[in-house]
Design a protein around this ligand. Structure first.
Ligand code: TXA
Ligand code: MG
Length: 327
């Protein structure tokens, strides 16, 4: 039976903690997206995450912690750079890849000897983690390759049958998954762009961060098609939109659109969503609006291409993945 999201009051948080301790699955809000949490020290519990999401088991998970002293419980040989990042950005939307402690179950890390750790900045997540007092493995609470959830109702729609409890913390503040930074070797690498930009990290570390995406480390966020709506979506520069729409109309396509600066009132377009012009509020709305278009009977979603500069890196990364292969 599909689970109804529950208010994160002390009784429900206590119930969530006891379900987690028994090896259950609890979906909870973070400041980025909703997570599907399980006790990261319990391999059987972690395996349930993979089957609920239908995610290949070789794909590593992020472990969420609520106490700074847990860092050393999970990771070893932690470099000064990672400590500086923790001090500057935690709790916050930054996941850090470190060498794992030998005891950490390999099901969490997809068999790798590195581990992703993060302390989320969301009151419900922190209350849950502090009361649970261990680490929670939590990928985004969506089916593999779908759009990440930014509302509790999104989780209910996708995973309501396979979770034990959903905590409702309202809309996620950031709206895109965390920045992932790899501090497990000498070169510091950005593995996934997010709200925290490479320049923010460089300003703290006083050294360059490599943004080369050709890492050998497995990160599903780096697969071609990911975060994708079911309706084919494609990116289109502002100046080409009119022509594209004319072309699609001639093919009798039912069109939806995520516009940013595009103004024309186009009767051929079934649904136009006007997105915020700035990157941060755009990121906040993106997944919810894509879902909105995805549940409509449309043939195609046209997404106006946002600017290319650094503030838009995370949005552009997710849009490229949502539209991979479509031209
Ligand atoms: O914002 C977020 O990070 C959300 C919330 C729930 O915290 N979680 C999230 O988890 O996005 P997930 O599983 O959807 O994405 C985790 C990413 C994947 O791309 C995974 O491959 C990468 O983290 N990752 C985890 N461990 C890794 C490791 N040891 N080395 C490289 N990448 C790793
Ligand atoms: Mg995900």
């Amino acid at each position: 039976m599909s689970k109804q999201p529950l208010s994160p009051d002390p009784t429900n948080i206590e119930h969530a903690v006891s379900l987690l301790k028994q090896g259950g699955l609890v979906a909870f809000p973070t400041e980025t997206v909703y997570g599907l949490g399980a006790d990261a020290s319990n391999p059987d519990a972690v395996k349930k995450i993979f089957s609920a999401k239908r995610r290949p088991s070789s794909h590593p998970l992020i472990v969420h912690i609520g106490h700074f002293d847990q860092l050393h419980k999970w990771a070893q040989n932690i470099p000064d750079s990672a400590i500086q990042l923790v001090d500057s950005f935690w709790p916050g939307p930054l996941a850090i890849i470190l060498q794992k402690q030998a005891w950490v179950p390999s099901v969490v890390t997809g068999g790798q000897d590195t581990l992703a750790l993060r302390m989320p900045n969301n009151p419900v997540a922190l209350a849950l983690l502090k009361q649970f007092s261990g680490g929670l493995a939590a990928p985004s609470a969506n089916r593999f390759n779908h759009i990440s959830p930014t509302l509790a109702s999104h989780v209910q729609t996708e995973l309501g049958d396979s979770v034990d409890l959903i905590l409702d913390g309202g809309a996620c503040q950031v709206g895109l998954e965390s920045t992932i930074i790899d501090c497990s070797s000498r070169e510091i690498k950005l593995l996934r762009p997010g709200h925290i930009l490479p320049e923010h990290i460089e300003a703290v570390l006083h050294r360059p961060v490599s943004t080369a995406q050709e890492s050998k480390i497995r990160a599903p966020g780096m697969l071609e098609l990911h975060y994708a709506p079911t309706t084919p979506a494609f990116l289109c520069p502002l100046e080409d939109i009119e022509d594209r729409i004319d072309h699609l109309v001639k093919q009798n396509k039912s069109i939806g659109m995520l516009a940013r600066e595009f103004q024309a009132d186009h009767s051929a377009v079934k649904a136009i969503i006007n997105m915020p012009v700035e990157a941060v509020p755009y990121a906040h709305d993106l997944y919810a609006q894509l879902r909105q278009l995805d549940i409509m009977p449309l043939d195609i979603i046209v997404i106006e291409q946002p600017p290319q500069h650094s503030a838009w890196a995370a949005v552009n990364d997710r849009l490229l993945k949502a539209t991979a292969g479509n031209h």
